[in-house]
Design a protein around this ligand. Structure first.
Ligand code: HSE
Length: 343
């Protein structure tokens, strides 16, 4: 049995879902993996709340005491550095918004946590897009994990497959549907809905981000593919070198034309190179898929990824719908993989 200290930074939709899932499944993580996943503090812009640990919160909720006051005491007194020092070691969970230009605030807090001996598990893409090598080197130097399932299509396993399941095989290309919002919109437009109506549904269901521009314009797909490629292929691809087209401008007429010729329109991220030794490139854009393409049947907020390899054929993973609970589950999977000995 092992006790794991957790500090959560960011308390938006994914941060809240993480907090709820941790409490809901606390006993399962303990019984199945021998891990006491103890949430010690939540940090957000407006302050910090110190918690008594997940076990105490769960038992207080069960006995009917404590539930009301649990998240009421947000104070400015403790800095993140203080908290990292106070609890000594554990996992910092980064659920802050992704800034794909500066990488902040994820960059600064990831560096701080790694330099103070904490593992980092992140759902935020910015830092890994802007400073991939520096952060990987910092983690290696300190023999700590920097895990990013939550930032690379979350509930859909991508990095785990590329790094572990395909270890030893040469990956020749990667392609995927990595954004649930755009896939949901495309699916609903194929059903006959307008773009704006489909986007509204995606927002109502909590699939789209509060500001869905990064989803719609393809930047979210590009960021995820860059992180996957950098980690799995050892590349250092920059966003500025990436060709990105989203689904904006797509009309019901274009969807109908595609259907008439028996094709499905999908937003695809691709990482490939012209020949062995040539530079890897990432591009994102709409593709017309034949019905027998492995990604053609990926519907709604589900996603999918294909790894083309030299000796394992092509490997496809589909499913892993986009929503805050799925993203929270991906964060917890990464925490379990750091500590569970039988992983
Ligand atoms: N909004 C994203 C999606 C999840 O639709 O898949 C955040 O990366």
């Amino acid at each position: 049995m092992q006790k794991v200290n957790i500090i959560l930074v960011g308390f938006g939709r994914v941060g809240r879902a993480f907090y709820e899932l941790l409490k809901e499944k606390y006993d399962h993580y303990r019984e199945r993996y021998g891990l006491f996943l103890e949430l010690r503090a939540i940090v957000r812009k407006s302050g910090t709340v110190l918690l008594s640990g997940t076990r105490k919160m769960v038992s207080e909720a069960e006995s009917g005491s404590g539930e009301k006051s649990e998240l009421s005491g947000w104070i400015q007194t403790f800095s993140l550095a203080d908290l990292l020092e106070e609890f000594k070691s554990g996992v910092l969970v980064d659920c802050t918004p992704s800034d794909l230009k500066t990488g902040e605030p994820g960059y600064s807090l990831t560096k701080m946590a790694l330099s103070q001996g904490w593992h980092v598990v992140t759902a935020s893409k910015g830092a890994l897009v802007v400073h991939p090598s520096e952060l990987a080197a910092e983690a290696r130097k300190n023999q700590l994990a920097l895990k990013a399932s939550g930032a690379t299509a979350a509930a859909l396993p991508t990095l785990d497959v590329g790094l572990h399941s395909l270890a030893g095989a040469e990956i020749l290309a990667i392609e995927g549907i990595l954004n649930g919002t755009t896939n949901y919109i495309l699916t609903r437009m194929a059903d006959g809905l307008s773009f704006s109506r489909a986007l509204m549904e995606a927002s109502e269901k909590g699939i789209a981000e509060p500001n869905p521009v990064q989803d719609i314009e393809g930047w979210d797909t590009a960021a995820k593919m860059i992180i996957i490629a950098n980690k799995v292929l050892g590349t250092e691809i920059k966003m500025s070198e990436t060709r990105v087209h989203g689904i904006n401008g797509l009309t019901e007429e274009i969807m109908a034309r595609a259907a008439q010729i028996g094709k499905t329109i999908k937003l695809i991220g691709r990482c490939s190179r012209e020949s062995p030794g040539a530079p890897w490139k990432v591009e994102v854009g709409l593709a017309l898929l034949n019905p027998d393409h492995p990604l053609a049947m990926v519907d709604g907020s589900n996603k999918g990824i294909i790894f083309y390899t030299d000796c394992m054929g092509y490997v496809v993973v589909t499913g892993g719908k986009s929503d805050p609970r799925g993203a929270a589950a991906a964060l917890i999977k990464d925490i379990i993989s750091i500590y569970w000995r039988d992983f």
